[in-house]
Design a protein around this ligand. Structure first.
Ligand code: SIN
Length: 308
């Protein structure tokens, strides 16, 4: 039997989208491209810089119930096709509120984490007068008692979502791909009152230095991001789109306008860009220049169009 291998499947002229402000999951955005949590998200100045560099919205570094310095280093390794990190959720906790003073009215989504529904609600409440919405980190793959330790249990996903959504602000839930079936957690978030799902956080991974005969990261295990995980992210968004009704924000290895379109065709209404920012904050303007044209199509006509 003959074997067909496709090595170039983008043989049509690339689509362009109509530019302009949008609304996704209750948050008003300047365009479809957001800064993902974890990169350049720890100071008000860096968030403002990303917003003035073409991002349509920003997500802060995840903030938790107590200040924490993070895991021992090395915390980040640059790989051939991505980044491997185990930062360990370093954060200044409630003191972060001051960083948002100059960003009132801007599309700033505050990423929060906790070890229980009560902690999620407590942390989110600190920022309720400064956030355009919340993103719940139920997905960090390497933080004991936090992130995916909670986010792999649909009952806890639902309870944490409900606790934060009760504050009355848009509540996005960032899911982990490190589960057998991501749709169970997506449905749980929806049931808990989420206004959008963010998919995906990093893929649990590790590398070992053959020279040192030791794991590369201080924490041994970390999360893989960047182009290496893009196909995993597309698959997760595609599955979630069939299982849930709330909007999906695609995240995971997006590095080009064509990646953005592919995510939208899988079912994403907007995207978050993280690892590609290693090329500089100019990545937002560069992607936007390829993605938008005044005679472009309405994004609504392509969101989910890859589904039969
Ligand atoms: C970290 O701070 O370790 C990364 C956070 C995450 O993966 O959600």
């Amino acid at each position: 039997m003959g074997m067909l291998i496709i090595n170039n499947y983008n043989f049509c002229a690339m689509l362009a989208l109509k530019p302009g402000a949008i609304e996704v999951g209750g948050v008003a955005l300047d365009n479809h491209l957001l800064l993902a949590a974890g990169i350049l998200g720890t100071t008000g100045a860096s968030l403002a810089r990303v917003l003035s560099s073409g991002a349509g919205g920003v997500v802060t570094k995840s903030i938790g119930p107590a200040p924490f310095p993070g895991h021992p280093g090395p915390c980040v390794a640059v790989l051939e096709d991505g980044l491997l990190n185990a930062m360990g959720l370093p954060n200044p906790s409630a003191d972060f509120a001051g960083e948002l003073d100059g960003l009132a009215g801007r599309p700033v989504v505050v990423s929060v984490f906790g070890g229980s529904p009560e902690e999620f609600a407590e942390v989110a409440a600190w920022f309720a007068d400064r956030a355009a919405g919340f993103e719940l980190n139920l997905s960090c793959p390497h933080a004991e008692g936090y992130g995916a330790a909670i986010g792999t249990d649909p009952a806890l996903v639902e309870a944490c979502t409900r606790a934060v959504a009760s504050l009355g602000l848009p509540t996005w839930v960032k899911l982990t791909p490190n589960v057998t079936d991501i749709t169970g957690c997506g449905r749980a978030a929806e049931k808990g009152g989420a206004s959008a799902i963010v998919a995906i956080n990093t893929v649990k991974a590790m590398r070992i230095s053959t020279g040192l005969r030791r794991p590369v990261l201080g924490n041994r295990f970390g999360g893989l991001s960047g182009p290496a995980i893009f196909p995993v992210a597309v698959r997760c968004v595609y599955e979630l789109y069939e299982a849930c009704r709330i909007p999906i924000v695609g995240c995971g290895g997006i590095a080009s306008a064509d990646n953005v379109l592919e995510m939208m065709m899988a079912g994403a209404s907007a995207v978050e860009i993280g690892s590609a920012v290693i090329r500089g904050v100019g990545v937002f303007e560069a992607i936007a220049a390829d993605l938008y044209a005044d005679d472009g199509v309405d994004a609504a006509t392509i969101v989910g169009c890859a589904h039969a």
